[in-house]
Design a protein around this ligand. Sequence first.
Ligand SMILES: NC(=O)c1ccc[n+]([C@@H]2O[C@H](COP(=O)([O-])OP(=O)(O)OC[C@H]3O[C@@H](n4cnc5c(N)ncnc54)[C@H](OP(=O)(O)O)[C@@H]3O)[C@@H](O)[C@H]2O)c1
Length: 288
Amino acid sequence: MLCGLCKLPALSYANARLTPYADFMTDQLRTSSPPIFEAMQSGHALVVGGNRGIGLGFVKQLLNDERFDQIFATYRTVAAATELLQLAQTQDRLHCIAMDLTEESQIEQGLVELKTMTPELHFVINCVGFLHDGTITPEKALRQLQTDNLMRYFQVNSIGAALLAKYLLPLLNHKKPNIFATISAKIGSIEDNRLGGWYGYRASKAALNMFLKTAAIEYSRRSKQTAIVLLHPGTTDTRLSEPFQQGVPPEKLFPVEKTVGLLMQVLGTVTLTDNGSFFSWDGSRLPW
Ligand SMILES: NC(=O)c1ccc[n+]([C@@H]2O[C@H](COP(=O)([O-])OP(=O)(O)OC[C@H]3O[C@@H](n4cnc5c(N)ncnc54)[C@H](OP(=O)(O)O)[C@@H]3O)[C@@H](O)[C@H]2O)c1
């Protein structure tokens, strides 16, 4: 069976699992540490890339969730954030912050601005991602590789998230258990790569995974109450997937609301011992 969006063979649950012994150990650890969302009350959440697609879906979902009393959402340009900015005018709990992840100074400044409103965050979901625009489309062959295009994939999909991990640490290093989640993609799994293609997007998601797996190890020393996790959302009906939806069976193309609901279910099971894990939308673990 092929994945609708990336045309990779869908990974079976059995393949995705760890060895039975490792599973047993993981289950033991998971039961000894409660899900982080279980005790969440008066949570402060940040949605990075909250102006459209899956990010805007998370903003709406969190506004309906009483466990979160402050929701911060970033956007890149006012022109592309009309719905988010209008929502903020009617929702006291929602605060919008401008932030382009390819500008380190904007990440730093955006979080300085956020710090004037809250000293700590309890849930961060980074939904920023780039696959195509008017000039860049995913490469099918080596002859299509172009340095500038590759740089763009890495800047948005990988480096931006690593810099977020850098500047978020003081906001996540506090006494309450918290989650820093980033939307990755199964196509970034090196082990699962059987079809090739989409060089820049694929490699930038693999780099994203490595950046955040490495950050998870550092956080385990410097921000002990944080679980950093990566999530594969499944093929979701957004601007990003739109040119590649042809041939995706309707039941495999999730509406944003469904994806967000499924990812919130997965996040609802995340414990501190899951720090540095890569989960699919169905809760299974993906290989790196
Ligand atoms: N949709 C799928 O089927 C699918 C499958 C697997 C993984 N994913 C991943 O899911 C995540 C969300 O994607 P989506 O489907 O919701 O796509 P989308 O609707 O295109 O949203 C992408 C988001 O990233 C933001 N963004 C892009 N470049 C940015 C930059 N330089 N600085 C800050 N923000 C930037 C966009 O802001 P602007 O509106 O300003 O551009 C937008 O908010 C991405 O990481 C994507 O790779 C999606």
